[in-house]
Design a protein around this ligand. Structure first.
Ligand code: GAR
Length: 187
């Protein structure tokens, strides 16, 4: 199987990046993680790129032409799939339409519930019984693209934000890779 090249965008800790890198080592996995891009030079997740000798680039999103720089990198590394893994910047409509159906995102809720930020706090506030994670295609509207994989769990009475985050991310690490496998199975 000839693997495609995927790029992962991160802003922080990079636990999803770590699990994608590890799953991509399986020879049946459809993509290699060939490029990492971040908007945050302090992103801890960069360590995973460094450790695994994956090229990484820090983008200054305050610069006017930063998206052109990203597009050039995506072309240079022959990227077929862009994975947003905790990338906390809105991507422009132009960029999204240039890569329609090729950008996917992981979100810590059962979309369409709880789009945007502070999901765990909102879930607790609303006394939800169940939550989970969603991997979806990115379209022009925030957290609104077609769902690819969702995984859920029941919330316990004492679950606080940090526990919900831990449980949700554990599911994200499985869901992200499953979503990538699903995308390429039908292509
Ligand atoms: C993930 O839990 C992801 O769902 C969330 O950021 C976290 C990044 O964790 N993304 C969003 O909230 C996007 N709206 P990681 O850096 O450890 O992979």
């Amino acid at each position: 199987m000839v693997k495609k090249n995927a790029c992962v965008f991160i802003s922080g800790y990079g636990s999803n990046l770590k699990s994608l890198i590890s799953n991509s080592r399986n020879h049946n996995f459809p993509v290699n993680i060939s490029l990492v891009i971040t908007n945050n030079f302090k992103a801890k997740g960069l360590l995973h790129a460094k450790k695994n000798s994956i090229p990484y680039f820090i983008i200054n999103t305050k610069r006017r032409n930063f998206e052109n720089k990203v597009l050039n990198l995506i072309k240079k590394y022959n990227i077929s799939l862009i994975c947003l893994a905790g990338y906390m910047k809105i991507i422009s409509k132009g960029f999204i339409s240039a890569y329609k159906k090729k950008i996917i995102n992981v979100h810590p809720s059962l979309l369409p519930k709880y789009k945007g930020l502070n999901t765990y706090e909102k879930i607790i506030q609303n006394k939800e019984k169940k939550t989970g994670c969603t991997v979806h295609f990115v379209n022009e509207k925030l957290d609104s693209g077609k769902l690819i994989v969702q995984k859920s769990f029941f919330i316990k009475k004492d679950d606080k934000v940090d526990i919900l985050k831990k449980k949700t991310q554990k599911l994200e690490h499985k869901a992200f890779s499953e979503a990538i496998i699903k995308i390429y199975r039908y292509n």
